[in-house]
Design a protein around this ligand. Structure first.
Ligand SMILES: Nc1ncnc2c1ncn2[C@@H]1O[C@H](COP(=O)(O)OP(=O)(O)OP(=O)(O)O)[C@@H](O)[C@H]1O
Ligand SMILES: N[C@@H](CCO)C(=O)O
Length: 326
């Protein structure tokens, strides 16, 4: 697939990292998506659609362009001019893995464009090297629940199929919080007590997710390493973490580096409306407006397809699938 009339289109899921205690190691893909279209061109054009892309550069400093060039370098081919289009429903800098989705999408699109010389594991290693968080990029790449670590040289992961009963409620505050800022606030050193707390809770959470023990999620989804330190950055977080399970959540966590909060819910729960009211109301009491969304785990990960010659513009093709105007 290496000619100028061919374009590829990829659909990439958002991701939530940490799931509470699994700091930098536990992630889940969500059915909220970004789309990237990429083709080889005479002159580079980068078209970004939708409100989420505000402020993202449209020249060769764009992350998608830069990551695509890394794939070409790795594969030993040269395609300096690209036609790139992107639409995203994943809000930037809110803890839903927008940067991981952009990196994974660019890797998958560029690789497909040149006939897929790089294996999935190589894409995972490159994505982790770039994003530093294998839980985010693993989820966007492979879908489902990802249990992973990165030792600075290699990332390893195991994918777990999400339980059919799991649904996800996210409350997305109307302010941005960069991962950089939310990591800077964390102490450089932690006590052995906190480390043991998180190893235990994260291990039991993974076991609960693997065995369908939804009843154990509330007790296991607790963290001592990052959420307590990040609470001052997200008004309402401390109360939501303490009380959401009293309002019908199976478990609750800060999504990634925040400020989005995420509740796992049994899809047959009769208390969904109560939980949604609790999350929004708690944030409102703190003067924070938010958007709530009911999501499901994504099971596919990044999906790639070629666009036939003469195919329509990206934005037209994804009408109906994307949340455009919703
Ligand atoms: N499509 C894109 N093109 C270029 N840059 C992007 C794109 N998507 C995200 N980014 C960059 O990633 C930054 C957001 O990354 P950051 O890690 O702070 O948040 P996040 O990925 O949304 O949340 P989290 O990592 O906590 O889940 C944006 O400010 C932007 O610089
Ligand atoms: N695990 C990372 C997620 C950022 O994408 C953090 O919590 O800082």
């Amino acid at each position: 697939m290496d000619n100028r009339s061919t374009k590829v289109r990829v659909k990439i899921p958002a991701s939530t990292a940490n799931l509470g205690p699994g700091f930098d190691t536990l992630g889940m893909a969500l059915d909220l998506y970004a789309w990237i279209e990429m083709g080889i061109a005479e002159r580079t054009t980068i078209t970004l659609y939708g409100d989420q892309m505000e402020g993202v550069p449209t020249d060769k400093t764009n992350l998608i362009y830069e990551v695509a060039q890394m794939v070409f370098d790795r594969a030993g081919v040269k395609h300096p001019e690209l036609d790139i289009a992107m639409y995203s429903d994943i809000p930037l800098t809110r803890g839903l893995g927008s940067s991981a989705s952009a990196i994974v999408g660019a890797l998958a699109a560029a690789n497909a464009l040149i006939g897929s010389p790089l294996a999935d594991d190589e894409l995972f290693q490159m994505a982790t090297e770039l994003e530093k968080h294998p839980d985010n990029v693993g989820a966007s790449l492979f879908g489902g629940i990802i249990v992973a670590f990165w030792d600075g040289t290699r990332a390893e992961h195991i994918r777990v199929e999400p339980d059919d009963r799991l649904e996800v409620l996210v409350a997305i505050p109307h302010f941005q919080l960069s991962t950089e800022k939310a990591r800077h606030i964390l102490p450089r050193e932690q006590s052995l007590e906190n480390a043991v707390f998180n190893v235990g809770h994260s291990s039991v959470l993974v076991a609960a997710l693997c065995t369908g023990r939804l009843d154990m999620i509330a007790r296991a989804m607790k963290d001592a390493l990052h959420q307590p330190y990040r609470a001052p950055l997200v008004p309402g977080l401390a109360r939501i973490l303490a009380e959401a399970t009293d309002h019908g959540a199976l478990g609750v966590a800060l999504s990634g580096a925040g400020p989005t909060m995420l509740a796992l819910v049994d899809r047959s729960s009769p208390r969904k409306a109560e939980l949604e009211r609790f999350l929004r109301g708690t944030l409102q009491q703190e003067g924070i407006e938010s958007t709530t969304m009911w999501l499901k785990p994504d099971r596919e990960g990044v999906q790639v397809r070629s666009v036939p010659a003469g195919g329509g513009a990206l934005i037209e093709e994804i009408q109906g699938e994307a949340r455009i105007g919703r």
